[in-house]
Design a protein around this ligand. Structure first.
Ligand SMILES: Cc1cc2nc3c(=O)[nH]c(=O)nc-3n(C[C@H](O)[C@H](O)[C@H](O)COP(=O)(O)O)c2cc1C
Length: 352
């Protein structure tokens, strides 16, 4: 049986999806009252389930997913300056064989679309496009207004080195302040993106530089809670990053995509354009890496007697995966790839 159609049409450009999406023909499920509400950064929420930054391009996507029971939608990463998307295609299927962390930057060939959601893995490469701030700020307000009771919108931001003369840390802080001014209740700073060649995508491994950035952001946003989004790191390095950032952040979301080198059947770079051989992989192939990082973040939290929230992302493909991440101790569990092709997963989890 072929996969159901995703809410983001991977055969179309980002701009077409932004203007016309999400693609969803319903019917929308009736959500049972929450079985057990949870507390997260001072908010009472219907469930711990969300969609991480990416699949929800704008308020139209955010409001659909909120209605479908994804109680913590994250608004796709925005910048302080307008930025075009990498050219299409932006999502290609790849085999779902489980990846290990040491496979990062190894070669993978694209594959035909799988038959089953549990075999669904893609590489995605957008380059963190952004509308100009005034436009996304108005749309963030609309997205926030679409939240029902027990739901919370998180806004993902990234700094752009050199934007209007600001250095990277100053621009992260400036962009976070723009998000706060748009009413963001929680801000997530994206420190990990394999799909850009500039420095903003690789901050997460550097304890000193990342903490200098979170300090600047915190100074700019005051008491608005701050999360950082990071990629997979070995335990010792992760401990150093956590320790350094702890004074300024309220939680850590992990993981972003795992960078591989993606080629087509002929062995040529699969995505068009400079700098796109390396591309982030997500979905079923990274389930083990995502779960491993969640376990590590919780172990480190216990060892440091610290209090940060852990947002488990990466390879959450089924209701069982949600349960498994919660059993590890995650505060929130989020799905990007599976949520695109299976937008009813949260409602099934909530209603069972
Ligand atoms: C279509 C798409 C777009 C994405 N865009 C972003 C982004 O703008 N910012 C970000 O922090 N992560 C982005 N991500 C990464 C996801 O938030 C997530 O970390 C990653 O996909 C792993 O989760 P998954 O295995 O459930 O897909 C994107 C992922 C997908 C699938």
């Amino acid at each position: 049986m072929p996969l159901p159609a995703p809410t983001y049409d991977v055969a179309k450009s980002y701009d077409e999806n932004y203007a016309a999406g999400p693609a969803f023909s319903g019917p929308e499920p009736v959500l049972a009252p929450p079985r057990r509400t949870i507390s997260f950064l001072g908010h009472r929420l219907n469930s711990p389930i969300g969609v991480p930054a990416g699949p929800l391009l704008n308020s139209a996507y955010v409001s659909l997913y909120a209605r479908l029971g994804w109680d913590i939608p994250v608004y796709k990463t925005v910048r302080s300056v307008e930025r075009a998307c990498h050219p299409a295609p932006n999502c290609l299927f790849i085999p779902a064989d489980p990846l290990r962390e040491e496979d990062a930057l190894s070669l993978r060939r694209t594959a035909p679309a799988p038959d089953a959601l549990t075999d669904l893995s893609i590489t995605n490469s957008f380059g963190m496009p952004s509308k100009p701030p005034a436009e996304w700020q108005a749309d963030v307000r609309a997205a926030d207004a679409a939240m029902g009771p027990g739901q919370l919108l998180i806004v993902s931001i990234v700094g752009t080195p050199g934007a209007e003369g600001r250095d990277l840390a100053a621009d992260f802080a400036h962009t976070a302040a723009l998000a706060k001014a748009a009413g963001a209740r929680v801000i997530e700073a994206n420190f990990s993106c394999p799909n850009v060649v500039s420095s903003e995508g690789a901050l997460y491994g550097d304890a000193v530089t990342s903490a200098a950035v979170t300090q600047r952001i915190k100074e700019a946003i005051g008491d608005t809670p701050l999360l950082i989004k990071i990629g997979a790191l070995p335990e010792e390095q992760l401990t150093a990053v956590v320790r350094a950032n702890l004074p300024f952040v309220d939680g850590i979301a992990a993981i972003n995509t795992v960078p591989l080198r993606i080629v087509d059947a002929a062995g040529q770079q699969a995505l068009p354009g400079d700098g796109r051989l390396k591309s982030g992989v997500c979905g079923a192939a990274i389930r083990g890496v995502g779960a491993g990082m969640t376990a590590r973040l919780i172990r480190i939290r216990d060892r440091l007697h610290a209090q940060y929230a852990v947002v488990s992302v990466g390879g959450v493909m089924t209701e069982q995966d949600i349960d498994d991440r919660l059993a590890l101790g995650a505060d929130l569990v989020m799905s990007a790839t599976a949520a695109m092709w299976d937008p009813l997963m949260a409602a099934r989890w909530r209603n069972r």
